[in-house]
Structure formats: structure tokens, C-alpha cells
Design a protein around this ligand. Sequence first.
Ligand SMILES: *Cc1c(COP(=O)(O)O)cnc(C)c1O
Length: 424
Amino acid sequence: MFDITEEFAKQLDAQDPLKGYKDEFYIKANQIYMDGNSLGLMSKRAEQSVLNVMNAWKKYGIDGWTQGDYPWFYLSENLGEKAAPLVGAKPEEVVVTGSTTTNLHQLVATFYQPKGKRTKILADELNFPSDIYALKSQIKLHGLDPDEHLIRVKSRDGRSLDEEDIIAAMGDDIALVVLPTVLYRSGQLLDIERLTKAAHERDILIGWDGCHSVGAIPHQFHEVGADFAFWCHYKYVNNGPGGVAGLFVHERHFDTEPKLAGWFGSDKQKQFDMEHDFTPAESAGAFQIGTPHVLSVAPLIGSLELFNEVGIEAIRQKSLNATSYLMYLVDELLSEYGFTIGNPRDDEHRGGHVCLEHKEAASICKALKDHHIIPDFRAPNVIRLAPVAFYVSYHDVYQTVMTIKDIMENQTYKQYKNERDIIA
Ligand SMILES: *Cc1c(COP(=O)(O)O)cnc(C)c1O
């Protein structure tokens, strides 16, 4: 289906329905950006929407809350509606708020209610540290010992999780399951539908961390019946460093009062009554806490416009093609240098990045950067390469693999220390 010629890469680009979108983004001349799984690039529309919001502040002052193109009072809910198609939710089930970790805290504070025998949270040993820190601290808030009440499913191979092992751990001592949709290091995509169903059959609530999938992979959180989900927007959704995150709460929980209450979770009609009794909104909006970080929400206005123009299905299609092509080139051109592919290969179990493993991964990443190719390194031996659908061409993928081949052939990676920088 693929071949290794440069001509072939150019043919793939010529046939790419998303090829026009690269010009929507700021990419340095000669640079290939393969790190959109860590921090997405700035689009011109995101930049413009920040300027628009700044301008509304300049022009309206306090009245910007209700006037201008994007009245700030309703912005988190409006953008929640626009983000809902990315995660397969009803418009009122999503709100743009907080950060991944603060949203996790809010949702676990609300939905983790240890009772009787069911006192434990089930997670996994490969999850991102912040999630684990948050889960442990939530357990401690209940006066319980995280060593006993946080169960982490073990990985058999150090890279991936076996769904059978996860299901087997869903015992009658588990109150809540929290799992990543896509594992941040290996890029494994879990079967969200199957695991959600398995949890519910056992009367366990389940929440999903979508940081590594939202904006790259379509979800159906409503239909599969997930209890809640949370994710950042600064990775695949390109809303900039520290950009405001998102959360989903299934509508069947709209009558559950948020355990971390704040006035921006109020029913909008009542918020300015300034009463001391909280009337939560009947939507995911109830889970907001304080005043929205409007300037850090702003890029999302432009960014989501791009997603809704193209549709998440088309993005996933291109991403699957590009990661397939990348794996093909790695197999053909790099296996002789000791590289292995650490992500699952089939479409149903693969996220938006390729997990390329090599014992010299850190120094290879530094050499790549000096060749204007931006990868990302995860200790001890992983090079993550994300051919993001909007702004990485097939020729960029080709160029990346050819450059790695060159670095290995000429052993130029040996000029760099094989250790991580402060941010890796
Ligand atoms: C990126 C990421 C985070 C980051 O959390 P923040 O609160 O946005 O800093 C958390 N969890 C996972 C799985 C991630 O990939």
C-alpha cells in the first residue's frame, strides 16, 4: 500500500483532503513539528480570536461579560457546545473550564463516595503522574490510605494495559474507575465502550482522561454512557500553553451536586441573586468553580472553528494514515538501527502518536531538534512522534524518518548526552 520513495510521499500529500490546513498554522520555515501531542501549534484563527477577546475588553470593559461577539458570561458553555462533537456529547454535557488536574479533582470529589465495602479507586500503573497524585489526595481527603485504596492495574509489558486485567480488577471493593483513553507514553487506545460497560455491569462509576485523544480521535462519551471525562485542550486542540481544559458529565448526573461548589457553577439566571444557597446549573456547567480564565479560553474560539469545519472523523482518518505510513517507513528504513515500535499497531488500539523506542532516544531527539524536527522524549527510551492531521504533511513524515536514518548512519547522535533536559 505504501512505498519508500519521496515521490510517493508527495502523491499522498496531493491526495490529502486536509492539505490546505497547514497554512492555517504558524510553523517556522524548514521546521517539522511532530510534538502536537504535547503542545499544539498556534493557528491564525486562534491568534485572531485572542485579539478579538482583548479588543472586547478594551472596548467594553465590564460590559464585555454580556456584549461583543463572544460575551464572556456564556463563553465556557458556548465553547462546551462547540467541543461536544469532538467527544460525542450532548451540548449541555460539556463545559470548557479549569485544567485537566483541577477538573479531575472536581469530578473525583463529586463521584468518589466510598461506602461500605466499595471504598477503592481503580487506575493503572502507566497513567500520567498528575492523575495519580490527584487520586491519592482525594483518597486521603476521605481519611483513607492510598496504599490500600488506590489500585493500579499492572502492565504486562511495561507499555500497555490488558483490558482483561482491568476488568478482572473491577471487584466489589471498587467505587470508581479512572483511566486514560490513550496512554501518554505508548499511545495505546483503550476500548472505552467495553470498559465502561464492564464497570457499569459491576455497579462501578467510570471516568476517562481524554488528554491524549481529544482532538485526534472521535469519542462517544454520551452513547457509551461514561459517567464523566476530562481533558486538556493545549495538546491536539491547539489552544495554547495553559489553555483552559474541558469536562464532560453525563446528563444522568445533572442532579448530582458538585462537591467543590463555586458561583460560576450556578444556574445563570440565579448567579447574580447573590444568595448564600447554591443553585447549581442543570448541566455540566455546574462543575465550574470560579470566574472563567477568559484570556486563556480565547484561543479555543478559533481553534474549535477549524475542528468543526473539518470534522473529527476526517482528522482521525488522516492521523491513522499518517501514523500507518510512519510505522511503515520505520519498519522499512530504521529497524536495522535497533528501533522498535512500542504502540499497538492496529487502528482500534492506536492513538495519534507513534511510540518509537531506542536506547539512545534522548540523544536522537536532541539531534533531531538540531535538524529542525521537533519530537518529544519520554524517559527512558521513547521518542513520541505525532503527525498531527492539521499541520504535518506526509512529506514531513518522510523527511523525519530520512533524517533519523541519517542521524543513525552518521552516528551524529553520539555528539549529544543521552539524558533528558529539564522539560522533556
Ligand atoms: C497532559 C496530561 C495532563 C496534564 O494535566 P494539566 O492539569 O493540564 O497540567 C494530565 N493527565 C494526562 C493523562 C495528560 O496527558
